[in-house]
Ligand binder design. Structure first.
Ligand code: IMP
Length: 438
């Protein structure tokens, strides 16, 4: 019996970012949580920042699935996540202080642990690149310095990796950490203090032990029992380690493909894939962004959209909507419906511009995305002007409530990306969402 046949009774919804992260996935996951029993994080780590506003209260979550904010859900951190226990424990404390029940949180035994030396290594590599020691056209990646890349690298290296399950076995833990510290010495200039690392990890183990469990069968059991499972993607498609603007990407498979490796659920099980996109583009960190804006327009979008990183507080780079990139993201993720977020931010512009193709260095044009950091940097956008809308739209509850140019903008997006729009978000609150066709 195939995986899909075994799981045929359940619903498996994927929610993935179609741009460079920060698309508003947190809000969508929170909205959809009501219709799901289980929410699973399958990739990334504390680099992600999902903000959700409920009854005027803003929650910023980096590691815990945003679905935890809905009562009674199973919230799973699956094997594909790199787990930063410090951040996780802080998040748990914040949630408890606000009265959120976190008893449904489960951590995969096979999730890899971000150790303090991973963060040091992340910073050391970035500093080296920044200081110019990285020769040639390479600049720093602009990582969140949360140790994501080094933790994933150790996972693939195998010889010095620490997994959540190891936190429960003191002898094995000590052996792994001792090994790891030896390997880290040349990179960091000196070996991390083994005793201190073991102490920290042992304390994490004690606190996290009740949450650490096998999760692959757990998720499949839920699907077989007819439960509705949502997979909450972190970061965004254009930051995918394989399909993004390498090397200016993160360390994981951010799209629907990441669900197979990061949670053990095969592609044939996915029943729908919601592609989350902002009504414009943003990017944090280095790397090409063909539609990038500067000056007054950028400032206006950044301020209205509160475009400052949830994780690092860095101002985000902003740009017009890039339909080439979105069509690509829809294609590689198998997106079945679009969620257009932050449309309200675009109110007040006379004209809205969208990119429909790239002009290349040789003067030709293409409507195909270029999944390479250096090559994409040579492309310039071919922009189409669309009429803007002056009115604030935060009180709209149906598509018909939107001004005609806003609807025209959405129609253009839908037609060019080739996928139906299912949701339009016009403000941070749950109520400020138009469910198309509902
Ligand atoms: P890392 O994931 O910390 O290694 O960072 C790699 C790149 O991905 C940097 O440009 C980060 O700014 C970016 N990045 C990682 N996670 C997110 C996210 O959740 N939103 C936006 N950018 C992200």
């Amino acid at each position: 019996m195939s995986g899909s046949a075994q799981a045929a009774r359940g619903v498996a919804t994927a929610v993935v970012g179609m741009q460079w992260g920060d698309e508003g996935k947190g809000k969508l996951v929170d909205l959809l949580a009501a219709e799901h029993d289980v929410v699973v994080r399958y990739n990334g780590g504390a680099n992600a920042g999902h903000s959700v506003v409920i009854a005027g209260q803003r929650f910023a979550l980096h590691l815990i699935p945003a679905g935890i904010l809905s009562k009674g859900k199973l919230a799973i951190i699956a094997n594909g996540v790199v787990l930063d226990p410090d951040t996780l424990l802080k998040e748990l404390e914040t949630l408890h202080a606000r009265g959120v029940d976190t008893s449904g949180l489960v951590i995969s035994t096979n999730a890899h642990v971000v150790m303090p030396y991973h963060k040091d290594e992340d910073a050391a590599r970035e500093d080296t690149l920044k200081s110019g020691a990285g020769e040639g056209p390479l600049t720093e990646i602009g990582t969140t310095r949360r140790g994501i890349g080094p933790a994933y690298a150790d996972k693939v290296q195998r010889s010095a990796a620490v997994r959540a399950r190891d936190l429960l076995h003191p002898e094995l833990l000590r052996a792994r950490i001792t090994q790891a510290c030896r390997f880290k010495a040349p990179v960091l200039g000196k070996a991390p203090d083994v005793g201190a690392m073991v102490d920290i990890a042992t304390r994490w183990g004690t606190r996290l032990a009740p949450m650490i469990r096998e999760t692959t069968y757990l998720i499949h059991d839920q699907l077989r029992a007819g439960k509705r499972v949502m997979f909450e993607g972190a970061n965004g498609t254009l930051l995918d380690v394989d399909h993004g603007t390498f090397p200016y990407v993160t360390g994981s498979s951010t799209g629907t493909a990441g669900i197979a490796t990061g949670a053990g659920v095969p592609p044939t099980c996915i029943t729908s894939a919601i592609g989350v996109m902002k009504a414009y583009s943003t990017r944090v960190g280095s790397g090409p962004m063909p539609t990038e804006l500067s000056g007054d327009v950028a400032h206006r979008i950044r301020e209205r959209g509160r475009e400052y990183g949830t994780t690092t507080g860095r101002p985000r780079r902003v740009g017009w909507l890039d339909l080439v990139a979105l069509r690509y993201a829809a294609m590689i993720n198998g997106v079945t419906s679009l969620a257009v977020m932050l449309l309200d931010v675009l109110a007040g512009f006379e004209t809205l511009r969208v990119c429909t193709a790239y002009r290349l260095a040789d003067g030709s044009t293409t409507d195909r995305f270029i999944a390479d950091g250096q090559e994409l940097a040579t492309a310039t956008p071919v922009l189409v002007d669309l009429p803007g809308f002056r009115e604030e739209i935060g009180t709209a509850r149906r598509l018909a409530d939107l001004p005609a140019p806003a609807r025209g903008y959405l129609d253009f997006v839908q037609e060019r990306v080739g996928v139906q729009i299912g949701f339009v978000s016009i403000g941070p609150d749950r109520e400020q969402t138009i469910m198309v066709g509902a």
